[in-house]
Design a binder for this molecule. Structure first.
Ligand code: HEC
Ligand code: HEC
Ligand code: HEC
Ligand code: HEC
Ligand code: HEC
Ligand code: HEC
Ligand code: HEC
Length: 259
């Protein structure tokens, strides 16, 4: 227990130290999102170099990720990275059989609790009325995030439109297929309009009204949008209401994205 507390302190300190160089982790520490790793009775921390002996590729990819920056240095603990999610590795490293190997390390598999330990705010987002069915156990954080790779840990960091939305394309073909008339908004990624962890708005929209669209389509000529007078139009409901711009993801028939 005492060791765990000490560990938390070290983690917080490190997160702050890293934060001074790159501002992202400051908020991590101030949000208090660092938590002790899972406990494996009798095991000691060995550091990710020890994992590389047998899991070489995972360790190499992992070095590029934000999670690799959570490094702890102490007389008992070295290079905390992998063990922050999997628990201390010494028994696993020395285990002889596959069965023993599995019994001596934590595999969080598809369990979001492994992630909530540090990303508590995501648990809150996931409990909003409209969310991906992670709390229901129908999908998991790892359907969209691969905790071991840079590209995988943050979908959307890729350069091309396909890569950016590729993670969504796995399950949402209708919105991600190529269209004759594309809506250029999608080049910014699906997340310009959707809060995919959860939202108070139906369809996980960031806004439930015309503000969703006006953040890009505000023009000096408003209420003219695209050259058309829109005052009465916008009174009829959100821009994607019936007979208006219902094909927000793209259209094969109409360049004003109506069908
Ligand atoms: C000496 C080789 C060796 C080292 C070193 C090693 N592992 Fe493993 N690990 C294995 C083998 C072999 C398996 C696969 C067992 C099986 O097939 O189910 C495995 C499986 C795993 C699993 C999956 C367990 C499961 O129940 O599915 C995790 C997680 C894991 N290792 C993490 C680590 C971490 C973290 C480290 C460093 C602290 C590490 N390993 C170091 C050999 C090693
Ligand atoms: C942010 C948490 C996190 C960190 C850090 C992490 N892992 Fe994992 N790891 C997971 C999760 C979650 C799974 C289960 C993935 C799944 O089932 O889809 C997993 C699965 C595994 C597995 C078994 C499945 C496989 O892909 O072979 C191994 C081995 C493994 N991790 C090794 C490592 C090593 C080595 C490191 C450090 C270089 C590491 N992990 C760092 C969360 C993490
Ligand atoms: C030991 C604490 C810890 C655990 C456990 C953990 N994370 Fe993180 N995670 C962090 C920190 C610290 C950061 C960097 C600060 C930030 O961006 O908020 C981070 C960043 C991230 C990012 C943003 C990466 C980027 O490039 O900006 C994603 C996505 C993420 N984590 C997903 C996960 C998932 C999925 C799991 C569970 C498999 C998980 N994390 C488990 C601490 C953790
Ligand atoms: C439907 C796919 C999807 C699922 C499921 C998902 N995420 Fe994400 N997550 C994303 C995308 C896409 C981004 C990038 C957000 C952006 O570009 O605005 C992201 C960003 C993040 C970030 C960093 C930026 C931020 O929003 O704070 C963290 C941390 C994170 N996710 C954690 C999690 C955790 C923990 C879970 C499981 C409870 C989870 N995610 C489930 C798609 C998903
Ligand atoms: C592993 C499959 C999977 C992935 C990957 C995935 N989703 Fe989903 N998505 C679902 C499921 C399941 C639902 C819930 C459907 C339901 O409740 O009928 C859903 C629902 C949605 C909804 C709300 C639909 C509605 O009718 O209310 C939106 C919007 C959405 N996803 C966007 C995204 C975006 C954007 C991404 C990429 C960041 C993504 N999804 C990645 C499986 C996935
Ligand atoms: C310009 C904003 C915008 C972008 C970008 C966007 N969406 Fe949507 N999406 C919407 C709106 C608005 C709705 C609600 C449509 C309705 O209620 O008729 C919606 C609805 C959905 C739905 C529910 C099914 C439906 O059509 O009603 C899914 C699934 C979805 N979007 C997935 C995605 C995916 C995947 C991406 C990225 C490829 C994406 N969206 C990008 C605005 C957007
Ligand atoms: C991320 C920025 C962004 C957002 C958000 C956005 N759009 Fe767009 N939209 C664009 C760009 C860029 C174009 C192409 C240039 C143009 O026509 O202004 C475009 C074009 C259009 C067109 C004209 C298509 C054509 O070729 O004539 C319509 C209609 C449209 N958007 C409707 C919407 C609606 C409805 C919403 C809200 C659901 C929305 N947009 C949200 C960026 C955005």
């Amino acid at each position: 227990m005492e060791r765990a507390n000490k560990f938390v302190l070290i983690l917080i300190f490190c997160a702050m130290a890293i934060g001074m160089a790159g501002c992202e982790t400051i908020s991590a520490a101030s949000k208090g999102i660092v938590a002790p790793p899972p406990v494996i009775p009798g095991a000691k921390f060995v550091g990710k170099e020890a994992c590389a002996m047998c899991h070489e590729k995972i360790v190499k990819d992992f070095d590029e990720t934000e999670h690799a920056r959570i490094v702890v240095s102490d007389e008992n603990i070295e290079g905390q990275a992998c063990e922050a999610c999997h628990g201390a590795g010494s028994l696993h490293v020395n285990a002889q059989t596959k069965q023993e190997k599995r019994a001596t390390i934590v595999n969080p598999k598809k369990n979001p609790e492994a992630c909530y330990k540090c990303h508590l705010e995501k648990k809150a987002e996931m409990s909003l009325e409209y969310h991906h069915p992670v709390p229901e156990g129908k999908m998991s954080c790892t359907d969209c995030h691969d905790p071991h790779s840079k590209e995988g840990v943050l979908p959307g960091s890729a350069k091309s439109i396909f890569d950016k939305n590729a993670v969504c394309a796995k399950c949402h073909e209708d919105q991600t297929k190529p269209f004759v008339y594309e809506h250029e908004a999608l080049r910014e990624g699906c997340t310009v309009c959707h809060n995919v962890h959860g939202s108070i708005n139906p369809k996980m929209l960031k806004e439930r009204d015309l503000n969703l669209c006006l953040k890009c389509h505000t023009q000096l000529t408003f209420p003219y949008i695209g050259g058309n007078y829109h005052v009465t139009n916008v009174q009829r409901g959100p821009c994607w209401s019936g007979s208006c711009h219902v094909a927000v993801h793209g259209s094969n028939y109409n360049k004003h994205l109506r069908i």
